[in-house]
Design a protein around this ligand. Structure first.
Ligand code: NAD
Length: 321
């Protein structure tokens, strides 16, 4: 059964992917009300949402997804039909330094939202849906071949991926135990506008432009699949409405690159944009000690999403960058 949202709680909408989702959907669905609940941690920035801040169908609430009384009150006040849950601590390096912050937001915060939805939607007569935005990192790492799919067993290695895996399991448990209508998507690495410059792509752009060293873990051989954030936002919009209840969808760009190749591509673009001699920025690349538990390779097989829901991406890696 397709889902038709009327009133959506978007969590973490001031972050990278959440803001791209709101910029796409708020103008597109004028009869749907959007409430953005965001704690505005270092990663959240309301300037990302400048284009929609005055929209009649959009409002912002500053608060914590783990605040049970706030979340309960919002469900009563706004009669949400839908939750699209982006809010998370999302940076692997930070999860190694402060793992409990990740457990609190990603696990306890998700459980708080699920339970509020369960109580608000009890009886099941309304058209409701809880959409959980997750990552391919829950699947662990691949060798030289193969790709993650919806049936890949979970095998997380960092506190970040373990906390996201925990939240995915809770979402499924609420579906299986209480019949909560849920969908989950697990996506590969995103790049594009409004990403906080601690992540590889914006960090390297900023450092390359400033003439600073460009640190790459190990030998830069770790492979990730890359997807433009607007294509991810489009996939979420589609899965939210057309995805099947209780199902998982893997989202990816069929664009595997090792970290070194990504940084070199950025260097060449920065040189071109700044009118520098070709190769200048590549001279800034340095290799630093690898981080612990660094997964070697991720790849996504998005064929279920392509075949079942007709999704396709608009950006290739080269053109998107
Ligand atoms: P982000 O770090 O850019 O944004 C996270 C947002 O959540 C911020 O606005 C922050 O203020 C907010 N937030 C954090 N803790 C909160 C709390 N306790 N209560 C309310 N708000 C809180 O993250 P992102 O890159 O936009 O990722 C969004 C989601 O997508 C995450 O769940 C992440 O696991 C998932 N994901 C990210 C990627 C990627 O490449 N960035 C890929 C796949 C999946």
């Amino acid at each position: 059964m397709p889902h038709s949202p009327t009133s959506i709680l978007v969590t973490g909408g001031a972050g990278f992917i959440g803001s791209n989702f709101l910029l796409r959907t708020v103008p597109r669905y004028q009869d749907v009300r959007f409430v953005n609940l965001d704690l505005l941690t270092y990663a959240g920035n309301l300037l990302n949402l400048k284009a929609i801040e005055g929209a009649k169908n959009y409002s912002f609430v500053h608060g914590d997804i783990a605040d049970e009384s706030l979340v309960t009150r919002l469900f009563v006040e706004h009669a949400f039909s839908t939750v699209v849950h982006f809010a998370a601590e999302s940076h692997v390096d930070r999860s190694i330094i402060d793992p409990l912050a990740f457990v609190r937001t990603n696990v306890v915060g998700t459980a708080t939202l699920l339970d509020a939805a369960r109580r608000a939607w009890e009886g099941g007569e309304r058209d409701t849906r809880f959409y959980h935005v997750s990552t391919d990192e829950v699947f662990g790492e691949l060798g030289d071949t193969g790709a993650f799919s919806e049936t890949t067993p979970y095998d997380p290695h960092s506190p970040y991926s373990a906390s996201k895996a925990g939240s995915d399991h809770l979402v499924r448990a609420y579906h299986d135990t209480y019949g909560l209508p849920v969908v989950i998507s697990n996506c590969s690495n995103n790049y594009g506008p409004f990403q906080f410059p601690e992540k590889l792509v914006p960090l390297m752009i900023v450092k390359a432009a400033a003439g600073e060293p460009l640190p790459i873990y190990g030998e830069g051989a770790n492979v990730r699949d890359w997807l433009h954030v607007e294509d991810h936002a489009g996939a979420i919009d589609l899965i939210l409405r057309e995805g099947r209840d209780g199902k998982t969808y893997c989202v990816g760009g069929r664009a595997e690159r090792n970290n070194r190749a990504v940084v070199e591509a950025i260097c060449d673009l920065v040189d071109e944009v700044l009118g520098r001699r070709p190769g200048t920025s590549r001279e800034q690349i340095t290799f630093v000690t690898d981080r612990p538990g660094h997964d070697f390779r991720y790849a996504i097989d998005p064929s279920k999403l392509e075949n079942e829901l007709g999704w396709s991406q608009a950006h290739t890696f080269g053109q998107g960058m």
